[in-house]
Write a protein that binds this ligand. Structure first.
Ligand code: ATP
Ligand code: MG
Length: 366
């Protein structure tokens, strides 16, 4: 019997076999394309913890923009050289659309005759703004536009992001068909937007924080994915698998992947689910939690363990009491862990874990 391919994708940035629960956000972005320049959704930031599906969201938006509106994507990550890479991609797209343009624009901007410009990379003289404007000119003639996505934004890259935001802001003012969608960890985005070197323009972006997926949608997606790949699973088993994922997108893929692997027949049975879920937990621990807590100090860990002792959010006073330390001392660690993105505020001075299943992981390890 031929081996059936495992359809699940428990891997960073990999598009899942079924994208669960993001339809409304993708629709919202699509509407902004229809609404035209100045629509708020054309400047959007997605935030959320590791593995929640930010990168996949950027992919999904770009796919929709391309399929439905023929908008072209430029995908980038916020690392040094960002502006140059965007300019390079735009220049390549421009040349593809109009092989003569580069020479002509090169002449007018550099004023050196364009002789050497017909080969090699785009000339830096061709400023980012001009390249984008020329490219948009071509795209708009065909009713399309340009979507730039920048993943993993953080304050360390504030300067280039600020410069790029200024370019985009100009283009928006000129009513060009361009959209900018950013993604990053919540604490990285907050640090970026609260820093003084960031453009006000970026602060006005629509912000969406991505969170857990509804379990009923997860169950449906798991079942459909399994059936489409040629296997079966009972409703009870699929519900158990969905519950074990906690609706956390990365865990959805891990659970799906490992229950598929655990089964050696085409019908996935409860025992496969139990073994698959256990394997998925272990993988999540090594891939996400171990890395997340690796560099923490002893007291940071104590703090987290004190939190893990309670089933829900903890107040700082309770954490201090559980740790047997003064509240002001504990407050320092609260700030550190918030900054590290491991915990988040949860109303009325309480904090909770920001990473799904971190509590379970810590209790397991203790
Ligand atoms: N809506 C979704 N439905 C099902 N699976 C999803 C969904 N979104 C993401 N995933 C899966 O979750 C995993 C993590 O997705 P992704 O890499 O986009 O997360 P991320 O938020 O970018 O994480 P990081 O902060 O580490 O970059 C991938 O395996 C992906 O296939
Ligand atoms: Mg990502």
């Amino acid at each position: 019997m031929a081996r059936k391919r495992n359809p699940f994708k428990p891997s960073a940035g990999a598009n899942p076999p079924a994208l669960v629960g993001r339809e409304a956000l993708i629709d919202e972005f699509a509407e902004s394309i229809e609404d035209g320049p100045g629509a708020p959704g054309r400047l959007t930031i997605f935030t959320g913890p590791r593995g929640v599906g930010k990168t996949v969201m950027l992919n999904a938006i770009a796919e929709r923009a391309q399929a439905e509106y023929q908008w072209l994507p430029i995908h980038e990550t916020a690392t040094p050289g960002l502006l140059e890479r965007i300019a390079g991609q735009a220049a390549a797209m421009l040349e593809e659309r109009s092989p003569t343009t580069r020479k002509i624009t090169g002449v007018s901007i550099s004023g050196i005759g364009g002789l050497t410009l017909s080969q090699g990379p785009a000339p830096p003289e061709l400023g980012l703004r001009q390249v984008l404007a020329s490219l948009l000119g071509h795209l708009e003639q065909h009713g399309s536009g340009l979507l730039v996505t920048i993943d993993e934004v953080h304050a360390g890259q504030a300067d280039e992001l600020k410069q790029f935001a200024a370019v985009v802001q100009h283009l928006v003012r000129e009513e060009r068909d361009i959209a900018l969608v950013l993604a990053g960890l919540p604490q990285a985005v907050s640090a970026l937007l609260s820093g003084k070197s960031v453009a006000t323009f970026l602060r006005r972006a629509e912000r969406h924080s991505l969170g857990a997926l509804p379990l009923s949608d997860v169950a449906t997606a798991l079942r459909q994915t399994i059936e489409q790949a040629g296997r079966t699973i009972s409703p009870e088993s699929v519900d158990a698998a969905a519950r074990a994922s906690g609706g956390y997108p990365f865990m959805v893929q891990l659970v799906g992947y490992h229950i598929w692997r655990a089964a050696d027949a085409d019908a996935i049975v409860p025992d496969d689910v139990a073994r698959g879920v256990a394997a998925a937990r272990r993988r999540l621990g090594t891939l996400v939690h171990e890395t997340a807590v690796k560099d923490l100090s002893q007291v940071d860990r104590e703090f987290l363990l004190a939190m893990a002792g309670a089933p829900g959010p903890s107040r700082i006073a309770d954490i201090a009491e559980r740790m047997g330390r003064p509240a002001n001392y504990v407050g320092v660690y609260r700030a550190r862990l918030l900054a590290a993105g491991l915990i988040e505020e949860s109303g009325w001075g309480a904090v909770d874990f920001a990473l799904p299943f971190l509590r379970e992981y810590l209790l397991d390890q203790a």
